[in-house]
Design a protein around this ligand. Structure first.
Ligand SMILES: [Zn+2]
Length: 338
């Protein structure tokens, strides 16, 4: 079976590595910037999401976040993100949000959370897809801030049960991952699942994520294959890797091209991998594009892509009965494909 964008978009998909702030449509950035009096670095919004280098990408990310002020702004981006996910065939997503980029500008946590959850509710009511949220602490800012963010966002009302996990994002090099252990342990005591961005700079951070922070999932993690003993341990423990091959090339520049990505070696090592977009609007590529790319670039066969897509149901953080139902739906649709 030929893997085309049209075919992949029509198939149900689960996305476990998707940053809300990276899903904001360029037109929305423009509208919010005008409404909130924020200067944008470009006049032509078609060029907003083009980058000279990693530093430039991070600057643009900050610019996007700077346009988000009121609960209505967060409502809008969450609502549109749900619609964009549904439009590309996502049936369930577990999406990150990063408190620091908002709290540091003086936006109250309640504005962030109330806006996001109201937008999710409205988007879900219209599309029927499933959404859960993961709070990403900013790793390099250390445990004290992460604890404050955990306290803030676990004390806000969440009648829909959107918040299911804690993660860690931001620059990887030189970060003391182990310092976050008490915060992650406390998050687990409060019922949150654990994941962590790691393995784009070295395999060591993957070791810290699973051995010290107690994570069940690792976001990215392609360099785990550089430590075969660690890869074997991760496979044994059923650790899930939420890979974003294009992001590893375009943002963190782990590889010169997707063709060199370690995804095939991760499969050979018996690791449980999923394929995701990371920042679909900011990268101009969503999960359907990514599914097509990993096949076109020779990383996986169509059959392996099918198994990865269905296997994401086992990796998600829904209650067991919902996971079983989702797996059945995924298996039925993807088995008809190949
Ligand atoms: Zn990410």
């Amino acid at each position: 079976m030929t893997v085309t964008l049209e075919v992949v978009r029509a198939l149900p998909k689960i996305e476990l590595h998707r940053h809300l702030e990276g899903t904001v449509r360029p037109g929305t950035v423009h509208a919010l910037a005008v409404a909130n009096g924020i200067d944008l670095p470009v006049d032509d919004m078609r060029t907003l999401y083009t980058y000279r280098d990693l530093r430039h990408f991070l600057d643009v990310y900050e610019t996007v976040c700077s346009t988000l002020v009121s609960p209505a702004d967060f409502h809008r981006i969450a609502y549109e993100s749900v619609h964009d996910a549904a439009a590309t065939g996502i049936v369930h997503t577990e999406m990150f949000f990063t408190p620091h980029v908002h709290l540091s500008r003086g936006v109250p946590a309640a504005h962030v959370w109330d806006g996001i959850t109201a937008g999710l509710r409205d988007g879900i009511a219209e599309t029927g897809i499933g959404v859960r949220m993961i709070m990403d602490c900013t790793k390099f800012l250390g445990p004290a801030l992460a604890q404050i963010e955990l306290d803030l966002f676990t004390s806000l009302p969440d009648p829909d049960g959107f918040l299911v996990g804690i993660g860690g994002d931001g620059i990887e090099a030189g970060v003391d991952d182990a310092a976050l252990a008490p915060v992650f342990a406390e998050a687990a005591r409060r019922g949150l699942r654990r994941t962590y961005h790691a393995g784009e700079f070295s395999a060591r951070s993957v070791a810290d994520a699973i051995r010290v922070l107690g994570c069940e999932r690792v976001d990215h993690g392609p360099l785990v294959v550089e430590d075969p003993a660690l890869a074997a341990e991760a496979a044994d423990r059923g650790i899930v890797f939420t890979l974003c091959p294009s992001s590893d090339v375009l943002i963190s520049q782990v590889y010169p091209s997707v063709r060199e990505h370690s995804l095939p070696r991760m499969l050979e090592a018996g690791l449980h991998v999923t394929v995701n977009s990371d920042d679909p609007a900011m990268l101009g590529r969503d999960i359907s594009d990514e599914y097509v790319t990993v096949v076109e670039q020779g990383l996986v066969t169509a059959e392996q892509l099918r198994d990865i897509a269905v296997g994401a149901a086992d990796a998600c953080w829904l209650p067991d009965a919902d996971k079983t139902a989702l797996r059945g739906r995924m298996t039925a649709a993807w088995s008809a494909f190949c």
